[in-house]
Design a protein around this ligand. Structure first.
Ligand code: ADP
Ligand code: MG
Length: 404
């Protein structure tokens, strides 16, 4: 009998009605002949009593200096509450279930608090539970290191837990249930015309996620790609098929036929960015090198890097501006800073074989009088830095330009 892992995100476990939907999803999957393991996130969003952010603020407000160890301990509680409640709900509905914490389910972490990596997963207790005919319900977002210390996996970590468990159980697929009907052509919060993408490659989803689409964690997609696991993203009511994420070879015939092939699959965006333009009066490789070195040492991520002999441009998150300014001042460099920026990225595995995509992007944005401050690209992505107020018109016009 094949195994399927079903993962339910924060909004999908938050109310008794939503948990009743989970019972139906589990029952359906079992009726289709699969053994089911469930992975859950903490209930709800910030402000809800047992959400991760609420638990975190509970200790941080009173004790801002709390140790990372204790902070991880409290942050791991939300998933434990979800798992215990959901296991009780399932058992009460006649589907015998067993809640397991990350460590009990065999998630071994690297020992770093708040952003731990899973280095191994030996899910004996999960197999035992499945073999007894039960539905094991496993907490996402957590594991323990080799000394037994609890570590959490960072934002979106439950997606990664689900795919890692899928790989360890040799599951046929992993289904990620969430509050939208699948992976969409743009963030539906920004663009209501966004549509569900039927099929998409691992590479495209990774790129959308890196560029700001938080619908699935990029690390989860990387693990799925390495282990060749099919991942399906669906709405928790189960009424529509959702999005199938696979390798390029598994894409249905036709989606990449030379005629009908699509150049762009989806659009992602991120906000609260700032652009730095540093001017070098004369070539000065030593100071140039120092700038990037010090920014790296300060653990500040830079993006959209353009290097010309007399100007270097890059972006950072707005919250990192002060840190960069301090470094530039200490090196006595003059610079221009543009705050209030956003980045819009078009992603599609088809674009590297279809010429003229950049021309269409530029033309579309010009039409809407959207000023492009900077651009960057990889073989399946073109990113444009624009002002925050231009974000909606930019997403809209790109969405229609590429017939999404
Ligand atoms: P969960 O709690 O189930 O893990 P998340 O909030 O992490 O849910 O992810 C779902 C959210 O991702 C949606 O509510 C949506 O606003 C956002 N999102 C951003 N980009 C996209 C996209 N391209 N497709 C679908 N959802 C997107
Ligand atoms: Mg999520």
């Amino acid at each position: 009998m094949g195994i399927v892992v079903l993962k339910f995100g924060g909004t999908s476990v938050s109310t008794p009605e939503k948990r009743a939907m989970i019972v139906r999803r589990v029952a359906e999957t079992r009726e289709n002949g699969y053994q089911v393991a469930v992975v859950v996130s903490a209930m709800g969003r910030n402000g809800d009593p047992y959400s991760t952010d609420t638990l975190k603020s509970l200790v941080l407000e009173e004790h801002p200096g709390v140790t990372p160890r204790e902070l991880d301990l409290i942050m791991s509680c939300g998933e434990i509450i979800s798992a215990a409640v959901l296991a009780a709900t399932l058992t009460n509905k006649g589907i015998v279930s067993r809640a397991l914490t990350g460590p009990q389910a065999g998630f071994l972490t690297d020992g770093s608090f708040s952003e731990a990596e899973v280095v191994d997963c030996q899910p004996e207790k999960v197999f035992d539970s499945l073999n007894r005919g039960e539905v094991p319900v496993i907490t996402g977002f957590q594991g323990a290191d080799s000394t037994g210390e609890i570590n959490t996996l960072g934002r979106g970590g439950s997606d990664t837990s689900a795919v890692i468990l899928g790989a360890a159980l040799k599951a046929e697929m992993v289904e990620i249930y969430t509050d939208v009907s699948g992976i969409m052509t743009a963030d539906p919060v920004v663009l209501k015309e966004a549509k569900v993408i039927e099929q998409i490659t691992y590479g495209e989803v990774c790129q959308l996620a890196y560029e700001g689409a938080k619908v699935i964690h990029p690390r989860a997609v990387e693990v799925a790609m390495r282990n060749n696991i099919t991942v399906i993203v669906r709405g928790h009511d189960g009424s529509t098929p959702g999005t199938v994420i696979t390798g390029e070879a598994a894409l249905k015939d036709g989606s990449f036929s030379t005629r009908g092939r699509r150049a762009v699959t989806g659009i992602a965006h991120s906000v609260d960015l700032a652009q730095f333009l540093i001017e070098f009066a004369d070539p000065d490789s030593e100071r140039e090198q120092k700038v990037f070195q010090r920014i790296g040492e300060a653990n500040i991520n830079i993006d959209l890097i353009s290097v010309f002999p007399d100007v270097k441009a890059f972006t950072v998150r707005e919250e990192d501006c002060a840190g960069v300014e301090e470094i530039l001042r200490s090196l006595d460099l003059s610079y221009r800073l543009e705050k209030g920026c956003a980045k819009v990225s078009v992603v599609g595995v088809g674009m590297h074989s279809i010429p003229g995509v950049m021309a269409r992007v530029v033309q579309a944005l010009n039409q809407q009088n959207v000023k492009i401050l900077q651009s960057g690209d990889s073989n399946i992505t073109i990113s444009l830095l624009i002002k925050k107020e231009d974000l909606l018109p930019a997403v809209k016009v790109l969405h229609s330009t590429f017939n999404l």
